[in-house]
Every structure is written in C-alpha cells, then in structure tokens.
Design a protein around this ligand. Structure first.
Ligand code: SF4
Length: 517
C-alpha cells in the first residue's frame, strides 16, 4: 500500500510537498466539496476558476501516469476518507491548509483518527511550501515585535532575500517608492490584457456553474488563467505590455478599465499556479534588463514579497479573534448595492462594484478607497464586508481578505494600522475619472447634489473623534471640523443621515458559513 496525497484546491503546483514526485510514490486525490461550494454565495467566475484549475491540474498529472481521483463529496474530509479507504492507503500526505476552516477540519479528523491512517501535514511555506516564509518564521517575526508594521517586515524581507538590493542597501537608496507611484489618470491606456479563451474543461465547468442557483455574477466572458502555462503567459503578457507603467499608475482608476496596468496574476498565484518566489525573481530580472523602472519593480515586489507574505502572517497571528474584531463597533448591514451595483447612482461605487460583478476583480485602490472606504464611512459590520470580499473576488480567500478588510479597510483590528483609511470624495476625484460623469458634485458637502462621500466622511470623523483625535496625523483635520461651526456641522450631519436612510440592506437569503468545508 502507498500513501495518498491530498491536493487542496489552492495547492496546484508540482513543487509543493502534497504532490508526489513520481507516479510510484502514491495516489493523488482532489475533492470537490459540496459544503465548501455552498459556504458563501461565491462569484460564479470564481467557482469556474477553482473547478477548472483543479481539473486541469488533475488531467496534467493523469497524463503523466499518476493515479488521480477527483471525488465530489459532502465535505473535504469525507472525500479524502473515501479515497484513503478505497485505495487502502498507508498514510495521508497534505499541506497545512491556508484557511482556518479546512485546517481545523483536517486537524480534528487527524486527532479523531477519521482517516484511519497516519497524517503528515507539510508547512505551506518554505521548502516544499508555497509562501517564502514558513508559518513559524513569520509568526516568530510578529511575536517578537511590540508593533507590527508592514514597512519593517518588508525591509526585513528585502534584506533576507536580496531582491532589489545593492551591497546590502535597497536599490535607489530607499525601500519604498510608493510616493512616486500615485499618478492620477491621464489619457494613456495600456494595451488590453490578452486573456485566456476557455478550453473544453473550462467550458464544461462554465456550463455546470451557470446552472447553480443563488450565486453572484455570471460565467460569461470568463478569461482567467486556469493552468500554470496560462498563468506564465499572463505574467509575460504583463511584462511585455504593462510592466513599465505599473508603478506610477497603480493607484489610478479609469471608467470601464478594470485592469489598467495591473498584473492579473493574483487569482493564479493564490491557487499556486505561480510561486511568489518566481514572480519576485522575474520582477528583479525585468528591472535588471531595463524593462521595468525601479519605481514599478519595487511597487510590484512590495505587493508580493511584502504585503502578501505579511497579510498571511497577520491572519494566523490574529486568528480566530480577527473574525469578530470590531474596534469601531460598526453594525450596519452591507447595502444591497454591493450585490447589485446598478442600484446605486454613486458613479465610483457603480463602476467598482460593477467591475467586481462582471469580472470578479477590482484593483487595490478600488477595493480600499472606494468599496472599503464607503463601508467604513457608513459603518458596515466588518464581517459583512469581509464575507462579500471573500465571495465576490476571484482571488479572495479568508487568509487574504480578512486582514485586508478588518485590518486595513475597516480599521476593525489595529494590529498593523494606526488610523483608518477614511477619505472624502476629493481623493476619488483626484485618482479617478469617475466624478465627471456622476450625478453628484464632488466639491459640495451639502445640498441635493452634494457628493455623499463628503458628508459621510465628516460624520465618520465626528463620530469617532474620541479615539481618532489622539492620532497626531488627524489633529489638523479636527481643527478644520471645529472651524466649520455649529450650523455647517449640523447641515453635514443631516445630509449624511438623509443619505444613510436611503440605503437598502442586502436582501440575499444566504447563511454565511466561515468554517464550512
Ligand atoms: Fe463618487 Fe462622489 Fe465622485 Fe460621485 S462625485 S463619483 S459619489 S466621489
């Protein structure tokens, strides 16, 4: 009898320790868990992506002579147990899952001897893992610090890996070129991303998922990479057409342009079709070869080497408490406009949420400064926004969306931030072309056509004055608020409240089930 290797839905890479090196080493099992697929009202394109990528990887292994089973089962544990029993396996080999739900399920099954064989769980980072750091390496870094800050972590990672370093110093004399990378939109447009036409396996998944009731978005126009070959092609397409301008324009938002100069690789990378190390190496090479100026290369490196590894560390550092974190005691239900973008007349929200509904994607500034910022200002209960991000984005899993939503967008958890990313309409006006076609006037705080972001922003700042005014970076702002005087302050509050009264709460009838798998 031989070991059984469980390849999780996000473990789709030959170098991971959950994939046998040769067919004689053991059997391979993939599970399509019915419970997991019904835990949230996922975007249909995300369901197609995960199913198609998993089935493609299974086919690749089969073609090389591996004994591969794809089992559709009630849960992951049931599917694995069915395989181990049918094959008479000697042991079960898997990766430590990236989400708490599956990790708990596997550890509980192991403790209760559900599989009936010994279980080996490999670290999802370091040698044989996906991330650059092992769980213990990133956890030790966080445990040893009084304050956890991304820029400290990133500098540590740069020194540790040597990417974009020269004689032990950061290339260009500083670790971050973020301040050079905030160019507002201009008339420039990148070449459109080439995308990936669905093949027979993807088309079959599209037909299947199109018939599933109650999920978000639709399958039409699916063009995400579903194989390693496609993912590498997507990466090269980025270097050929968009890499040069990625940095300067990475915060810009332009009507009907969901991708701009962004890479489109997060969905593939989060399924392990690309490894973070190879992407970092490719970025460093593009800079050496003069394809990518330092500001662009550093910007992308910071997202992968810095932010992505950091966020995964924060997730495990703060779980399980992070899910219930709610520093600002926000409790408004998520508005229906997130699920139904056509129902709002705020152009920036319509555009950003509309892109998510159409593609399963929006870039980081749309996520943080439009979709996140709006929820922050109106006081959406953190877990409600977090569930939407988790369900709606093709690249979102709990490990990545929860620290981003709770820790960054909503300031529900202050593990790594000192103040909320709250902004009025003027930020959106500066960084996008949305306001020119909006029915609201971004310059106005009050009046029938005043931009709702403005009154909501001041209402939010006034509401949380006690906590936020202690932050020296916000003192000036409170001085401005005080200068408004009573009448103006009252008018702003009334304006904000009148807007809030118009918001319809989400009407879906889903029970969200964070750990169900
Ligand atoms: Fe958004 Fe206000 Fe600009 Fe309209 S005017 S797009 S609501 S920021």
């Amino acid at each position: 009898s031989r070991p059984a290797y469980f390849v999780g839905p996000w473990d789709l890479h030959r170098d991971l320790a959950c994939v046998p090196a040769s067919p004689s080493d053991g059997t391979v099992v993939f599970v399509e868990s019915i419970a997991k697929s019904r835990a949230l009202p996922y975007h249909r394109k995300k369901l197609v992506l995960v199913l198609s990528a998993m089935r493609h990887f299974a086919e690749e292994l089969r073609a090389e002579g591996f004994d591969v089973s794809i089992i559709r089962a009630g849960t992951y544990v049931e599917g694995i147990t069915e395989h181990v029993t049918a094959k008479g396996s000697s042991e079960l080999i898997a990766m430590m899952p990236r989400e708490q739900g599956l990790q708990q399920a596997l550890l509980a099954a192991q403790a209760n001897n559900i599989f009936g064989v010994p279980v080996v769980l490999h670290d999802d980072g370091g040698e044989g893992g996906h991330f650059l750091l092992t769980r213990e390496e990133v956890s030790a870094w966080m445990r040893e610090r009084k304050v956890i800050r991304m820029h400290h972590f990133y500098a540590w990672m740069r020194k540790r890996t040597g990417y974009l370093m020269e004689d032990g110093k950061p290339a260009g004399g500083k670790y971050s070129f973020d301040s050079d990378n905030r160019k507002p939109p201009s008339d420039a447009r990148p070449e459109a991303a080439k995308g990936h036409a669905p093949d027979a396996i993807t088309r079959a998944a599209m037909r299947e998922v199109a018939g599933w009731d109650g999920f978000f978005g639709d399958v039409d126009g699916f063009d995400w990479p579903v194989t390693r070959k496609d993912a590498l092609r997507e990466l090269e397409d980025f270097f050929e057409t968009r890499a040069e301008r990625f940095g300067p324009f990475q915060d810009a938002m332009i009507t009907d342009e969901p991708y701009l100069w962004h890479t489109r690789i997060a969905a593939a990378m989060n399924l392990s079709l690309l490894s973070p190390r190879e992407v970092c190496e490719r970025v460093a090479r593009a800079h050496r070869e003069g394809v990518m100026p330092l500001s662009s290369a550093e910007g992308l490196l910071r997202q992968i080497l810095g932010w992505r590894e950091f966020i995964r560390g924060v997730y495990w550092h703060r779980m399980p408490d992070m899910r219930s974190a709610n520093l600002l005691k926000a409790k408004r239900p998520l508005p229906q406009l997130y699920w139904e973008p056509e129902s709002t007349d705020l152009r920036c929200l319509q555009q950003s949420a509309g892109q998510v509904r159409d593609t399963g994607y929006a870039h980081h500034i749309q996520r943080l400064m439009v979709l996140g910022n709006f929820a922050l200002l109106i006081g959406v209960a953190p877990i409600e926004l977090s569930h939407w991000f988790w369900a709606a984005f093709v690249d979102a899993y709990e490990w990545v969306q929860l620290p981003n939503v709770h820790g960054m967008a909503l300031f529900a958890d202050d593990t790594f931030t000192t103040k909320p990313y709250a902004a009025s309409g003027s930020y959106i006006h500066k960084m996008s072309d949305y306001c020119k076609d909006c029915r609201y006037n971004v310059k106005k705080r009050t009046g029938e056509d005043a931009c709702p972001f403005n009154s909501l922003f001041w209402r939010f700042m006034a509401q949380h004055r006690e906590r936020l005014s202690k932050n020296p970076r916000l003192r000036m702002l409170y001085r401005t608020w005080d200068k408004f005087g009573d009448d103006e302050q009252h008018a702003i509050q009334t304006q904000a409240q009148a807007f809030l009264d118009t918001l319809e709460p989400a009407t879906h009838d889903w029970t969200f089930n964070d750990d169900q798998c």
